[in-house]
Design a protein around this ligand. Structure first.
Ligand code: PLP
Length: 381
């Protein structure tokens, strides 16, 4: 029967959910820890329930620990990593201000687009995809353009590049009077990141990478100075939903309604962060490095080449060169079909050139590393 005709509607016959049991070693999301899954199946409470307000405090405290910051302004933003990213850029960039962004990967491009939509002027510091920013180029772009804000991607998921020399970059930006925004989506909880010690003004992340939590509530932290800039804007930010001066009412002392928080995602994030605290953040960084080193040794052992040299290799996202004559899409499909294992190909300038193999959070385990090497070796044989 036609859905629009009179009479009883025909309900779609959809079977009970039964997703495949994948091992997630791609660019994210990563395998969710069983404790996080359990936290997500606990009963819902109201978003202003006193018990939930306590959980919010705990989640914020755990986020500060994980970011290595004392920033009061540390919250999970409702939405995926891009929501935290847009909260950062959309609140910080005022119309007519200038933001300096990198060109060395996909997510620098997204920063530029968000800054433009916030009414900002975008200027660029160049580096090829697959390479980090050179501090000398950043210094020269800062001198030339005198930007209000400088954004960089700490861990470029599109290229497997870890930006080294972060304190040098932040110092240069501050000498030129610019605030620094770091994209820490693929670094938070996986590779060394020290927001306070490195003098980063604003950092945002995603829960679905090295925190091994489903997407939905995304970490964001702002220094007092950055928050002062946000709170003294002349014009309200263009997004009502992500307006930090309004979110302050909910996540600050007042605990007043702004929007209904994704309660289950906050449960999940809190549990994922409890796992970080139990392991110890530094041990967690070391575990990622150790397991990703084993993965790297395995792929090199089968004659493949890493795209990034050790100086800026990103343990949480391993970019491996696709051998000549091999179709990366076919290999990823074979690995998925035969091993229930997710890895990914390249994108943008590196499409067809690299495999992207994540080693993130709970998925950074000996069993997963062995499985990945076996599956990739088999698919390439
Ligand atoms: N920034 C980086 C470096 C990312 O890897 C991603 C997602 O992969 C994002 C931003 C955007 O996050 P999301 O896809 O959760 O919105």
């Amino acid at each position: 029967m036609d859905h629009h005709s009179a009479g009883e509607a025909t309900a779609p016959a959809v079977s009970e959910l039964d997703p495949p049991n994948r091992t997630l070693m791609g660019p994210g999301p990563s395998d969710v820890h069983p404790r996080v899954r359990r936290a997500m199946s606990t009963p819902l409470v109201g978003h202003l329930d006193p018990s939930f307000v306590d959980l919010m405090d705990e989640a914020q405290e755990l986020l500060r620990y994980t970011f290595r910051t004392g920033n009061e302004w540390t919250i999970p933003v409702s939405g995926t990593g891009s929501a935290a990213m847009e909260a950062a850029i959309g609140n910080l960039v005022e119309p007519g201000e200038t933001m300096l962004v990198p060109t060395n990967g996909y997510f620098g491009g997204r920063m530029a687009e968000m800054a433009r939509r916030a009414g900002g002027d975008v200027v660029e510091v160049d580096a090829p995809w697959g390479e980090p920013l050179d501090p000398a180029d950043v210094e020269s772009a800062l001198s030339t353009h005198d930007p209000d804000i400088f954004g960089f991607v700490h861990a470029e998921t599109s290229t497997g590049v870890l930006q080294p020399n972060v304190p040098t970059l932040t110092e240069a930006a501050h000498d030129h009077g610019a605030l620094v925004v770091a994209d820490a989506v693929t670094s938070l909880g996986g590779v060394e990141l020290r927001v306070d010690e490195w003098d980063i003004d604003v950092a945002y992340a995603g829960p679905q990478k090295c925190l091994s939590c489903p997407p939905g509530a995304s970490p964001l932290t702002l220094s007092d100075e950055a928050m002062e800039k946000v709170l003294s804007r002349e014009e309200a930010p263009r997004s009502w939903y992500l307006d930090l001066s309004l979110l302050e009412g909910y996540w600050g002392d007042e605990r007043a309604y702004h929007h209904t928080a994704p309660i289950t995602n906050v449960y999940a994030l809190r549990e994922a962060l409890r796992l970080v605290a139990e392991e110890g953040i530094e041990s967690r960084w070391r575990r990622h490095e150790r397991l990703a080193s084993a993965l790297k040794a395995g792929v090199e052992g089968m004659g493949l080449e890493m795209n990034a040299p050790d100086a800026y290799w990103l343990p949480s996202l391993n970019a491996v060169r696709v051998p000549d004559g091999v179709d990366d899409g076919e290999i990823c499909q074979t690995v998925l079909d035969d091993y229930d294992l997710e890895i990914a190909g390249g994108l943008g300038d590196l499409a067809g050139d690299i495999f992207r193999i994540g080693c993130m959070g709970h998925a950074a385990s000996p069993a997963n590393v062995v499985l990945t090497i076996t599956a990739l070796g088999d698919a390439l044989a």
